[in-house]
Ligand binder design. Structure first.
Ligand code: ADP
Ligand code: MG
Length: 934
């Protein structure tokens, strides 16, 4: 039930199938769908996992009609927790009750005195909150509701009206919303993918490379995945691993058929072919999109009419960011402060979603980028306007999701109110943005005045539940007003009536009251019972008196009861009418949502740019990257009042395009590298950037590899991860790529690591066949030698100021290699005891004079062209040979000590490890000296 194959089952239509009937026909908002297409039914077929999960009734328990009804539905939804409506509660039985009790922390009771049928329940009006907690844990729920009014005589009819699954859940709170993906392997290593956000109705599909699929899945983060049966094994290991923890539903391959998928979707979107939506004939993605949409509709028993278009997913449109880059650069929410957190000043949930998408999908068209920049500029130029726009946006609500919820029949009067309030704020925004570039999206929004007029009848602050009353305002409907008048007049009438009777009968203590069982009554105390007129008929005897009814009171009671029923019926009809009109204008409401989202994201970028002094970058078709006085947008914020030292980045695909950055730990190398990547990304999303001046040649991909990051949770050794990712970069770079390599080769021994780093750099110089721009930070000084031989490489380092007291890191990039690594200086700052530091300096000096690794002072290394690898490093010809000879003069034990020292990477040691190593080496060297003594 949980996670793997937490399947859902049959799609019996709302109100169309009753216990005892044979066939199943799925009805969605009045549209009948073909028999036998039900995905839900397939998932609950007898051979599907979970088929054995229907509970067995203990033999001595009588199968009552109600239990009969329960089993009828449970058999159809064996893999769901069945929520069975009984009066004011949804009850769960048997194992479902045990599970729900444990997950939801609700009391486990029993339905029968012998306690053979465990039971647990939740109040029906609070059911949403419980559903959210269950889907978060990977469960699916079938809601079996009462579909006829209880009349106290016959069994209430019940029917499953909705199935809630992790990927299709659309709660009021957007943070709990489901995300659904469908995927299938497509030819030539491609993966067909559809991503569906049920709340907003955003549906995207395309056949993409494994790399792209991995990053799309990582950023979309689906909570449920649909796959053709027999394919999970055929997916690349990396994708399989990525989706391993997400509930997967396996369906017949026929559902994923591209041709019928295309046909169905084209009919659905009323277009001749899906090519209009960017999906070409025969694309397996059409099948995926169709399955995702069908599944959403079947779980909601409703036509998801808010899914109005398909957006293509393919690489050419956006700057590609691989999974690791999204993580390494802390682009969106995670543990660290993210770029999103810095740029987000949005006033609406729609704006936030839009901004997040802009960050994850930067543009690749200069024209589009300039359009967004123009919009941002039109607001930064006019802070007063910006303030006013942001204020007006504050009154807008999440109309995209409100519409989605109404379409899926899980909406409430509050969703209508959200749309109404936003419509009210809209004309003001249009007026404000008149003639401004930022207001351009608003001009595309169709006239919504008629819908606004219709929604005027909605109460100012309607309740969440329709039957709570007060959804429609007074004066909106004469019939409703009349019945409300009756209901309100009732109290007054009752008061008058009591006064009249007291007078007429001469009984001062006569009272009129109401109770649930007997309805309205007249109460007379025992002392006055002889004055009772014949038209009083006795209803109830009390200790101190009697209660009576009269003809008049009975008529009144009738009127009161029917008035509250009429009010409820009328309000519900009027509400449904409002929902219908709103859905009819759905496409326009979505346009409105999109326009507001774009304006909000633009205003957010403008606000941050204005406040933090960002500039408009020049984005060109060229290959130059020139950032002057650039700052890291996130570190700058994290530093608070401490100043950030600006730096320049100057690379050109046709000139110096690789910079090797050296310098001590903590000097700011990583910050510098990521800053460059972030500024490119910001420029291409249309944002302004933290710099004095910036020119960015269009980039197609940003790759990052940050060395020595612990990823043991993925079950791979750090070094393996590093090499896999580096390989991914080397295979995929293009002339327009930007590559950040931060301390690669760190996860292995010094020789291996340096050799690999060296070889990677060489590969990027020529054999890769492309001329990407590269920032390469390394602690291997030997690599700086490469710049002397290749005009495309330059050296730079982080400036350090040395004084008598120690060194200060200036965080300033200077155009020359670092002269040493300052590892011991960092150890001093970390509080390593002075004795250890002294000894380390001694050892370092010794090591430097007896260096086994080739390369003189200042890192002018002697690694020859082509001689790469640990063995090569040890057997370097020429000057190296002398050193090797020097080594061989020592006896084996001394040799071992030296070898161990040489292999040490002090930077990667914790202070404690450093101490341990020192003690061990001291022990070993004492032994060696004793042995070697004559
Ligand atoms: P490295 O990669 O060289 O070890 P980092 O880039 O991780 O160094 O930087 C270490 C810290 O130095 C950062 O967390 C930041 O606080 C500070 N820092 C880095 N660059 C700058 C800068 N340009 N201006 C101010 N502080 C900086
Ligand atoms: Mg670093």
């Amino acid at each position: 039930m949980r996670n793997e194959n937490a399947g859902v089952c049959d799609g019996a239509g709302r109100g169309t199938t009753r216990a005892g009937e044979e066939g199943f026909v799925t009805v969605r908002n009045g549209m009948e769908c073909e028999e036998g297409s039900s995905l839900l039914r397939e998932l609950s077929a007898p051979d599907a996992p979970g088929g054995e999960k229907v509970p067995v009734l203990p033999p001595d328990i009588k199968r009552t009609p109600m239990l009969e009804q329960y089993f009828f539905w449970k058999e159809r939804y064996p893999d769901c927790l069945l929520f069975f409506r009984m009066g004011d509660f949804f009850e769960l039985f048997f194992d479902d009750a045990r599970t729900a009790s444990a997950v939801l922390d609700i009391t486990l009771t029993a339905r029968d005195p012998e306690k053979k049928i465990p039971m647990a329940g939740v109040p029906f009006h609070a059911v949403e909150g419980y559903l959210g907690r269950l889907v978060r844990e990977g469960f699916s729920v079938a809601l079996c509701d009462q579909v006829t009014e209880p009349d106290g005589r016959t069994l209430v009819e019940r029917s499953v009206v909705r199935v809630v699954t992790p990927g299709t859940y659309v709660p009021e709170d957007p943070s709990g919303e489901g995300r659904l993906a469908a995927l299938a392997p497509a030819g030539e290593g491609g993966i067909a993918l559809a991503l569906l956000a049920p709340g907003t109705g955003s549906l995207e599909a395309g056949t993409v490379s494994e790399n792209e699929a991995a990053s799309l899945l990582a950023t979309f983060a689906p909570q449920e995945i649909l796959l053709p049966r027999g394919t999970p094994e055929r997916l690349p290991g990396r994708i399989r691993e990525q989706i391993a923890r997400i509930p997967q539903r396996l369906l017949a391959r026929s559902h994923f058929d591209p041709a019928s998928g295309e046909e169905r979707l084209a009919a659905r979107f009323a277009v001749a072919s899906l090519a209009a939506h960017g999906v070409l004939p025969g694309d397996a993605a059409a099948g995926c999109a169709r399955v995702a949409l069908d599944y959403l509709e079947e779980t909601h028993f409703s036509a998801a009419r808010h899914v109005r278009r398909l957006r293509p997913l393919h690489s050419g449109l956006f700057l590609h960011l691989d999974v690791t880059t999204v993580r390494n650069l802390d682009l969106v929410e995670g543990d660290a402060l993210s770029l999103f957190a810095v740029l987000n000043r949005c006033g609406t949930p729609m704006g936030k979603r839009c901004l997040r998408e802009w960050i994850l999908r930067p543009l690749r068209s200069v024209e589009e980028i300039r359009k967004r920049q123009d919009a941002v500029a039109s607001l930064t130029e006019d802070p007063v306007l910006l303030r006013a726009v942001r204020d007006a946006l504050g009154a807008c609500r999440d109309v995209e999701r409100a519409l989605g919820r109404l379409s899926l029949r899980v909406g409430t009067p509050r969703d209508l109110a959200a749309i109404r309030d936003t419509l009210a704020a809209f004309p003001g925004l249009v007026a404000l943005c008149e003639g401004r570039k930022a207001g351009e999206p608003l001009r595309a929004v169709p006239d919504l005045a008629p819908l606004m007029e219709t929604l005027r009848t909605l109460a100012d602050d309607p309740p969440r539940l329709v039957h709570a009353g007060g959804v429609i305002r007074d004066g909106a409907d004469p019939e409703l007003d009349e019945w409300r008048c009756v209901a309100r007049g009732g109290e007054e009438w009752l008061r008058d009536y009591a006064a009249r009777e007291r007078e007429l009968r001469g009984i001062k203590s006569l009272k009129v009251g109401y109770n649930k069982v007997f309805g309205y009554y007249i109460e007379i105390s025992r002392a006055n019972l002889e004055n009772i007129p014949p038209e009083y008929s006795r209803k109830q005897t009390l200790v101190g008196g009697e209660r009576f009814v009269t003809e008049e009171l009975a008529v009144f009671e009738d009127r009161m009861r029917s008035s509250s029923e009429r009010i409820a019926a009328r309000e519900s009809a009027l509400y449904e009418e409002l929902v219908r009109s709103t859905l009819e204008a759905g496409a326009c409401v979505q346009e409105l949502g999109r326009a507001l989202a774009a304006l909000d994201a633009t205003a957010s970028l403008a606000e941050v740019a204005w406040e933090r002094g960002y500039v408009r970058p020049l984005v060109t078709e060229g290959t130059r990257l020139a950032l002057h006085g650039a700052r890291h947008p996130v570190v700058e914020v994290a530093l608070g009042n401490r100043p950030f030292t600006p730096n320049d980045v100057l690379l050109d695909g046709d000139g110096v395009r690789i910079a090797v950055v050296t310098g001590p730990n903590m000097a700011g190398k990583s910050t510098y590298l990521r800053m460059a990547a972030l500024l490119i990304l910001m420029a291409q999303m249309g944002s302004f950037v933290p710099a004095e001046r910036a020119e960015v040649g269009l980039t197609d991909r940003i790759f990052t590899r940050i060395g020595a990051r612990d990823e043991l949770d993925r079950g791979l050794s750090t070094f393996m991860v590093e090499m896999v990712e580096t390989a991914g970069i080397l295979h995929n770079v293009t002339d327009r790529s930007f590559v950040v390599l931060d301390e690669i080769g760190r996860g292995t021994s010094t020789y291996d690591g340096m050799s690999i780093a060296w070889a990677v750099l060489e590969y990027l110089l020529a054999p890769c066949g492309a001329r990407p721009k590269v920032l390469f930070a390394t602690h291997f000084h030997e690599l700086t030698a490469l710049a002397e031989r290749h005009g495309e490489i330059t050296n730079c380092s982080m400036a350090v100021e040395e004084t008598a007291e120690g060194v200060t890191f200036l965080h300033r990039v200077v155009p020359r290699p670092a002269d040493r690594s300052y590892g011991i200086e960092v150890a001093r700052r970390a509080g390593i005891p002075e004795a250890v530091l002294r000894r380390s300096r001694e050892l370092l000096r010794e090591f430097e004079t007896r260096r086994v690794v080739p390369g003189g002072e200042g890192g002018a290394g002697a690694f020859p062209d082509g001689a790469v690898g640990a063995e090569a490093a040890r057997s370097v010809p020429g000057q190296g040979r002398g050193r090797m000879r020097q080594l061989s003069l020592l006896d084996a034990a001394k040799d071992a000590v030296l070898e161990e020292l040489a292999l040490l990477d002090p930077d990667s040691l914790t202070p404690l490890q450093a101490l341990e190593v020192l003690y061990r080496l001291r022990e070993k060297s004492r032994c060696a000296l004793e042995e070697g003594a004559p």
